[in-house]
Write a protein that binds this ligand. Structure first.
Ligand SMILES: Cc1ncc(COP(=O)(O)O)c(C=O)c1O
Length: 452
């Protein structure tokens, strides 16, 4: 990094605490400063070009530098830069976006509620669920089940839902009443001789056993990503959702589909809910909703959730919840333009069209010496690497491969030893080839280093 005291790198180290970063290590290494972006590429402040293989944080569907989104933001800024939705107030963009999202929902939904991040949306979902249980005269029904390795965010409640140790360790989390059931990763969790379908059935039995052990009348909801993202891109085993959903219905447990990554085309359909024929009561949306050009997230709730919540707010005299930025007009205008562009360019169909190339190249990584599994669906995937010399330090090999990809001009993200690929939805077949050519070269380089 540049050591000049006035450099952006030195000022970053001096003034900024970074997310998901070892702060002491950062003092030594400094930041990678990204200056601009175009299509699937971003450029650092030295002019080096990278393929953004993660679409930022699984989010920039339209790629970087989509002028229409900037124009939509500017138009809205000039007309009404800010307003809110508290105390019966409203404005055009939030109404239009709510109507649009309820209309797009693959299962009947009643209302949209806007928040600013996936974490806030999941936190809000928990509060709605608790409020509803009280409204229904079931105050004991408050426990929430999510899954080991699930990712739902970092606020106190949503970090509790998240099933990853580093989101709990030293934060005194999870909070009481949030329980985690089996991670549906077939390769690592299967028993000897167990087929995928048998494993999926066992996951559903584990869930039911947990519900019975806790008391079904105490369980309010189950939160899950249709495909796990930050836990390492874990595609559910065959038959998983067919086995899990009846258990939820049997005990009248609400199902919250966290579509923060899967939503808007990532799985090759409009929603993960569509891909896996889910029947959620609440859908949580963010990221590709606005291509992350502006922070915005939304909850879609069905009548079963809305009705008692509305009654309770009437009994109390208000729904005592809301963020200053809920349904922010500029963010909503950008999201609307983003969805319009996605429809005009039929990006979901595009994702489906290029998906065979993406999956073929992803699966081919599995044949490389260090790779133990390549998994994916739509335009999201991961390759997991392993070598016995680094087996004692989980994530060390993944970090090394990630570094090599970076040096070769590809931004991936290693979650432990799983390296993720989640490029902008606009990616072409040629660009998919470029991305995986770099990934292959980087893995081959690290293979030579460790002597395989
Ligand atoms: C599935 C899922 N849910 C929730 C979140 C949290 O979203 P945010 O980082 O906007 O709080 C994320 C973030 O990656 C996510 O992947």
């Amino acid at each position: 990094m540049s050591r000049l005291p006035n450099s952006i790198e030195a000022r970053d180290v001096a003034y900024q605490l970074h997310s998901y970063t070892d702060a002491r290590r950062h003092e030594e290494t400094g930041p990678l400063v990204i200056e601009r972006g175009e299509g699937i590429h971003v450029y650092d402040n030295n002019g080096k070009r990278y393929i953004e293989g993660m679409a930022g944080l699984w989010s920039v569907a339209l790629g970087f530098g989509e002028k229409r989104l900037a124009e939509a933001a500017a138009r809205q800024m000039e007309k009404l830069p800010y307003y809110h939705t508290f105390t019966h107030k409203s404005h055009g963009p939030s109404v239009e976006l709510a109507e649009k999202l309820v209309g797009m929902a693959p299962v009947p939904m009643s209302k949209a509620y806007f928040t600013n991040s996936g974490s806030e949306a999941n936190d809000t979902a928990i509060k709605l669920i608790w409020y509803r249980s009280n409204a229904l005269g079931e105050p004991q029904r408050k426990k929430i089940i999510s899954r080991v390795k699930g990712y739902h965010g970092v606020t106190i409640a949503s970090a509790s839902l998240t099933g990853l140790p580093n989101n709990h360790r030293s934060f005194d989390l999870p909070i009481a009443g949030v329980l985690h059931t089996t991670c549906p990763h077939y390769r690592t969790m299967k028993a000897d001789g167990e087929s995928e379908r048998e494993f999926a059935a066992r996951c559903a039995r584990d869930l039911e056993d947990l519900i019975l052990a806790e008391g079904p009348e105490t369980i309010a909801a189950f939160f899950a990503e249709p495909v796990m993202g930050a836990g390492g891109v874990i595609v559910p085993p065959e038959g998983y959702w067919e086995a899990v959903q009846p258990v939820l219905r049997k005990y009248d447990i609400l199902f919250v589909a966290d579509e923060v990554i899967c939503g808007f085309g990532r799985t090759g359909e409009l929603f993960g809910t569509t891909t896996y024929r889910l029947e959620p009561d609440i859908m949580v949306l963010s990221k590709q909703l606005s291509s992350s050009y502006m922070p915005i997230s939304a909850l879609l709730v069905n009548e079963k959730v809305y009705r008692p919540v509305a009654d309770e707010s009437n009994r109390i005299g208000t729904f005592g919840h809301g963020f200053t930025g809920s349904g922010h007009p500029v963010a909503a205008a950008v999201a609307l333009e983003n969805l319009k562009i996605m429809e005009e360019r039929d990006l979901v169909a595009h994702a489906r069209r290029v998906n065979p190339r993406f999956l073929a190249r992803l699966k081919a990584l599995q044949d490389l010496p260090l790779a133990v599994e390549a998994r994916g669906i739509g335009l999201i995937g991961a390759v997991e690497v392993f070598h016995e010399t680094l087996a004692d330090i989980p994530g060390a090999l993944g970090a090394r491969v990630n570094q090599a990809m970076h040096a070769h001009g590809l931004i991936s993200r290693n979650m432990g030893d799983a390296l993720a690929f989640c490029p902008p939805l606009i990616i072409s077949e040629k660009e998919i080839d470029e991305m995986f050519d770099v990934a292959e070269a980087a893995i081959a380089e690290v293979s030579r280093e460790v002597g395989v």
